[in-house]
Design a protein around this ligand. Structure first.
Ligand code: SF4
Length: 76
């Protein structure tokens, strides 16, 4: 499996990625809305319910299904 993104990763810092979407800095990321997470983002490369899956925003490293970053785009 691809390595997991950590919150200390420079890209994670730039995009405000958190492994737990509820811990997102809402003051900084006003676009965040409750209920959004990687698991329902169009970029998430996993199946529904996968705990971790690759994300192209992080060069294919794995992100947490319960995570979030500012590149979030709701899955259609
Ligand atoms: Fe999660 Fe989507 Fe951001 Fe990737 S782009 S880290 S799947 S919110």
């Amino acid at each position: 499996d691809a390595p997991k993104v950590t919150e200390a990763d420079p890209t994670a810092q730039a995009l405000g990625y958190k492994e737990d979407a509820t811990k997102v800095d809402k003051a900084k990321w006003a676009k965040y809305a409750a209920g959004q997470d990687c698991g329902n983002c169009s970029f998430y490369q996993g199946k529904a319910g996968d705990a971790w899956a690759p994300c192209p925003m992080f060069g294919g490293k794995q992100v947490s299904g319960k995570g979030w970053c500012s590149a979030y785009n709701k899955k259609a």
